[in-house]
Design a protein around this ligand. Structure first.
Ligand code: CP
Length: 315
């Protein structure tokens, strides 16, 4: 069976979405229809990859990954996704290895890479840098993390994981734990959960909370919040974003999920983390049935395959 016939059902789905040719910059840009289209396409790709190693849907297309800040999961999963779809990848894994080290701007880098590739995935330590790249580029740009700003594709894979782990996205009670001010994954995920009437606990050391326009209760009491939640979304305290290291020292280690904590909860809970972790989830939690963070990592490939297919649309 040809690839074209095989993917007719996916192409129909792709045509329905509004992401064709679009930049992906912010969690707030997705509609419920986008999210649900992405979930269905990612799920189809997940099934297809059980049958074969790679597809040819994006044969001839090139993805450029421009990473001005460290990454393991986001860069490698985008590159895996593109290769599984039959496309090619060119990669800049660090600012030091590129002409950014000679003073080239993000805009000029994006203009240049537009001459080589069909889509750019960019990570940069400055908020707004992905928009700057998108303004300059002549091809779609995907924000893979702009400082403490946004990380919309992580929010999509988190949403896909929640749907798989819990069966539904509707009316969830979720505890968001950790560095909520600097956590770009939280900022993007809150936008998507707000489409599904989630109720959120923001569990964070005092003075590090960021208010959003949905049902949120701020608390420092992790045990109380977790006991009322179906899901805990844990984040690392982001040392690299602190200008005052004494404040980092004050808040680090504020919340630790370990076996002892889970015993106190007396119920099963789903635990997600965008990773990397430092010490906020101890390794004795890894075998707990609700510990879904490495399944979450794997879902990143299916979701990024879906997103790339949606950006390229029907071929
Ligand atoms: N979740 C995430 O963004 O991981 P990386 O920093 O490894 O890409």
């Amino acid at each position: 069976m040809s690839n074209h016939v095989e993917f007719n059902h996916l192409i129909g789905e792709v045509k329905m979405t509004s992401l064709k040719g679009k930049d992906i910059l912010h969690g707030s840009q997705f509609s419920k229809r986008d999210v649900e289209g992405m979930v269905r396409i990612a799920s189809d790709f997940e099934k297809e990859l059980k049958k074969k190693d790679s597809l040819t849907l994006l044969k001839g297309k090139i993805l450029a990954t421009l990473f001005f800040e460290p990454s393991t999961r986001t860069r490698l999963s985008f590159e895996t996704a593109m290769q599984r779809l039959g496309g090619g990848v060119i990669s800049m894994a660090s600012a030091e290895g590129s002409s950014a080290a000679k003073g080239e701007t993000v805009g000029d880098t994006a203009r240049t890479v537009s001459q080589y590739a069909d889509v750019i995935v960019i990570r940069h330590p400055r908020i707004g840098s992905a928009e700057e790249a998108a303004d300059a580029a002549s091809i779609p740009v995907v924000n893979a993390g702009d400082g403490a700003g946004q990380h919309p594709t992580q929010a999509l894979l988190d949403t896909y994981t929640i749907r798989k782990e819990l069966g539904s996205l509707k009316n969830l009670v979720v505890s968001m734990v950790g560095d909520l001010k600097n956590g770009r994954t939280v900022h993007a995920l809150v936008e998507l959960l707000s489409l599904y009437q989630a109720r959120l606990y923001f569990v964070s050391p005092r003075n590090r909370l960021k208010q959003k326009g949905i049902r949120i209760e701020e608390t420092e009491d992790l045990e109380r919040a977790a006991s009322e939640s179906a899901l805990i979304y844990v984040t690392r305290i982001q040392k690299e974003r602190f200008t005052d290291l004494t404040e980092y020292e004050r808040v680090k280690g504020s919340y630790v999920i370990n076996g002892e904590f889970l015993k106190k909860l007396k119920k099963k809970i789903t635990i997600l983390h965008p990773l990397p972790r430092v010490d906020e989830i101890s390794s004795d939690v890894d075998t707990y049935p609700g510990a879904a963070y490495f399944r979450q990592v794997r879902n990143g490939v299916f979701v990024r395959m879906a997103l790339l297919a949606m950006i390229f649309g029907k071929r």
